[in-house]
Design a protein around this ligand. Structure first.
Ligand code: UT7
Length: 324
């Protein structure tokens, strides 16, 4: 049986040049490199320059993904950009990327915070399966440094800026789990947990962008169980087993969450892509950044089976199985 699948033809990423080591926070905050490393696994993160916007990061990642795919921007017929830190309330940041790379079709943002890339990927997959688009650029791009409260040691040391991008193209496949492409994807959200992770501003509340607020311990508890449960559902739906997975590419929020969810899914750490030490938590950018970094170092190879998973504010979470 021949089916259409959304097959990844390339990926790319971009990190702002400014690197901030944990040590830098100790000048203004009651914190330490030891605490941050031990509790989160983070050693450093990148922060965008004052004049660098989310669209700049997204455009750089998009150009890197186009080069890696060997296609021109004009071949892209849809762009979905996941971000919680858009340049402006409107227009969408995606349309700025569309203009910069000379793409046609249509472009829009999705907002599911740290699960944003999973939501964008699921939407791109649906557009391709329903024939509404043939070649979709999926981007996660964030400048979380703009919404951090620099006096709150419980949050400001955790996040970073960056962008990652994947290009998905419609291809005819056999309809088997051995096909390349997006094999399965699941999304979930639960607005009852709004107060665990939110920004205390916005256009219809304060009129300002606001600052990030988080009850970290509570989010942690939800993260492990929800990620394991949703990943299990995708694995079962696709009809593979945990042993078939070549790489777990998780949201990079905290090394302890990554280790715990890998352990619960019986995936050894040797099969887990970990970039949290160098990127911090880049929200919607974290999964495509980890993915593109691992592709560029040759860890992830064509044909590898990837399990991705992410959770964040909303709460919103999701997981996908992709054969690279
Ligand atoms: O991407 C979206 C999803 N987000 C997440 O997945 C984040 C999930 N949560 C976490 O990663 C962790 O809960 C944190 C890293 C945020 C916090 O780690 P924790 O082990 O849960 O620490 P805690 O919040 O229970 O705080 C323990 C102690 C507290 O001090 P007391 O009350 O015991 O005296 C905090 O005030 O650590 C203190 N603390 C710090 N100490 C030094 C909190 N932040 C810091 C800090 N430096 N930066």
């Amino acid at each position: 049986m021949s089916v259409t699948r959304a097959v990844a033809i390339g990926c790319g990423h971009y990190l702002p040049s400014r690197v901030v080591e944990n040590e830098e926070f100790t000048a203004t905050l009651d914190t330490s490199d030891e605490w941050i490393r031990a509790r989160t696994g983070i050693e450093r993160r990148h922060f965008a320059a004052d004049d660098e916007r989310t669209s700049d990061l997204g455009i750089a990642a998009a150009k890197s993904a186009l080069a890696n795919s060997g296609i021109d921007g004009s071949e892209i017929d849809a762009i979905i950009l996941a971000t919680a830190t858009p340049d402006n309330t409107f227009p969408s940041t995606a349309t700025q990327v569309q203009h910069a790379i000379g793409a046609g079709g249509f472009a829009f943002d999705v907002q599911a915070v740290c699960a944003g890339f999973m939501y964008a990927l699921a939407t791109a997959n649906s557009l391709i399966l329903t024939g509404q688009a043939k070649c979709v650029l999926v981007i996660g791009a964030e400048t979380f440094s703009r919404i951090l409260d620099w006096t709150d040691r419980g949050t400001c040391v955790l996040f970073g800026d960056g962008a990652g991008a994947v290009i998905l193209r419609a291809e005819g496949c056999a309809g088997e789990a051995t096909d390349r492409g997006v094999l399965g994807v699941k999304l979930r959200s639960d607005g009852a947990h709004r107060d665990l992770l939110y920004v205390d501003g916005g256009p219809s509340t304060t009129g300002n962008a606001g600052k990030l607020r988080m009850l970290g311990k509570e989010v942690f508890k939800h993260a492990v169980t929800k990620l394991v449960d949703i990943a299990d559902e995708v694995i079962e739906d696709v009809g593979v087993t945990g042993d078939d997975i070549d790489w777990l590419v998780p949201h990079q929020a905290n090394l302890r969450i990554i280790k715990s969810s890998a352990q619960k899914a019986s995936i050894p750490m040797s099969k887990v892509i970990v970039t949290v030490q160098d990127h911090g938590n880049t929200s919607a950018a974290s999964i495509p950044l980890a993915l593109a970094s691992a592709v560029s170092t040759g860890q992830i190879k064509r044909g590898d089976l990837l399990l991705t998973e992410g959770i964040g504010g909303g709460l919103a979470w999701g997981s996908a199985l992709i054969r690279w």
